[in-house]
Design a protein around this ligand. Structure first.
Ligand code: F3S
Length: 71
C-alpha cells in the first residue's frame, strides 16, 4: 500500500527577517509572532489543497527562510 506523502512548511527562525509575505500570501499556513517574524501555524502540515500556496510563499520569501518538506 502506498503511503501518502505529508507536506510541511517550516520557517527558519535564523533567516526570517519579518517581511511577512508568507502570512500575506498564505494566511492558512503562516502567522507572525510578537516580533513580526513568520511562523508556520500548528505543526506546519499542509493540506493538499494548499500545497501551491505553500510553494508560492516559499518562492516569495526574500530571505529564503521557508522550507517546504515532503515526508
Ligand atoms: Fe519571514 Fe520570509 Fe515570512 S522573511 S515573515 S518567512 S516572508
Amino acid at each position: 500500500m502506498a503511503t501518502k506523502k505529508v507536506v510541511r512548511v517550516r520557517v527558519d527562525r535564523e533567516r526570517c527577517q519579518g517581511h511577512a509575505r508568507c502570512a500575506a500570501l498564505a494566511p492558512e499556513l503562516f502567522g507572525l509572532d510578537q516580533f513580526g517574524n513568520g511562523r508556520e501555524l500548528g505543526d506546519g502540515t499542509v493540506a493538499e489543497a494548499l500545497e501551491a500556496k505553500a510553494r508560492l510563499a516559499q518562492t516569495n520569501c526574500p530571505e529564503f527562510a521557508i522550507d517546504v518538506i515532503e515526508e
